[in-house]
Design a protein around this ligand. Structure first.
Ligand code: MLT
Length: 270
């Protein structure tokens, strides 16, 4: 494992870098950090140059007071990833894998820096912006996390993060997700929720993303359901979908081998 720290616009961002070959960049979701990709990192670093950053405030990455008060936009997350690639000397196009919030950032990267992409993998994510009620809920969660000085308000998401079968058969996975939530900082929770609340609806722009793409979605995803991923894939010019059995929203943790295989099969053909 190679833990790197990269200075980017006033903050230091943490990043795991492993392997060699075509760069494959993993973007985590909320309220996770890069460790959520552990199974995929270990399996794919034998074939690819794996780069897995922690977004601002998550894992070992820093965050600024302005980030917390204004919220970190998905465009900012994408710009941070590009800055990390530049710092690491990545000049060739990457395979970008974005899970949920990481997928929102991946859309922004694909739209703003299309030349940096060799292929795009969208995992359990959405192209739509929030409805008003969801937006209000996010802003409330941000306030509560800062008031309570912990990430406990994010625990309300837990029932939707995993499939019912995962709670029944894989209590270890549920415990792992609980510990991700517990370890998140209130500042990161607030900044990410405020940032996601103001994210762009990119459904009308999907035809601009012309690189090969893959949609990966847990068959029981209750946050970004398969029907929505099918619509995304239908609107992308060169995309196909893989639905992951026995998984809900957090498919990379619930069925890691199937997600790893889907990523590898797609990336090997690029
Ligand atoms: C995530 O897993 O990143 C979140 O579910 C994203 C969201 O809250 O929309």
């Amino acid at each position: 494992m190679n833990a790197r720290k990269v200075a980017v616009k006033g903050v230091t961002l943490a990043c795991e870098v492993q392997g060699a070959g075509v760069p494959m960049v993993f973007l985590h979701g909320f309220p996770f950090h890069h460790e959520m990709w552990r199974a995929q990192i270990e399996a794919l670093a034998h074939e690819f140059w794996v780069i897995a950053p922690d977004f601002r405030g998550f894992g070992k990455s820093q965050i600024t007071e302005d980030d917390v008060s204004a919220g970190v936009g998905m465009d900012q997350l994408a710009a941070d990833v590009v800055a990390i690639l530049d710092e690491l000397g990545v000049t060739v196009p990457i395979v970008l894998v974005g899970f949920s919030m990481g997928g929102y950032a991946a859309f922004q990267l694909a739209l703003r820096w299309p030349e940096r992409l060799r292929g795009l993998i969208l995992c359990d994510t959405r192209a739509a912006a929030d409805a008003d009620q969801a937006r209000t809920g996010r802003l409330k969660m941000a306030e509560e996390a800062l008031t309570k000085c912990d990430a406990s308000p994010a625990e309300a998401m837990l029932p939707k993060l995993l499939a019912p079968i995962t709670f029944e058969d894989r209590p270890d996975v549920a415990d792992k997700v609980r510990s991700f939530i517990k370890s998140a900082s209130p500042e990161a929770v607030a900044a990410a929720q405020r940032g996601m609340a103001k994210r762009e609806d990119v459904r009308g722009r999907l035809s601009e993303i012309v690189c090969p793409a893959l949609g990966v979605v847990g068959e029981a995803d209750a946050i970004s359901p398969p029907a929505e991923m099918r619509e995304i894939v239908a609107a992308l010019p060169h995309a196909r979908i893989v639905e992951i059995a026995g998984a809900g929203h957090t498919a990379p943790l619930e069925n890691p081998s199937a997600v790893t295989a889907a990523i590898a099969d797609f990336a090997r053909l690029l």
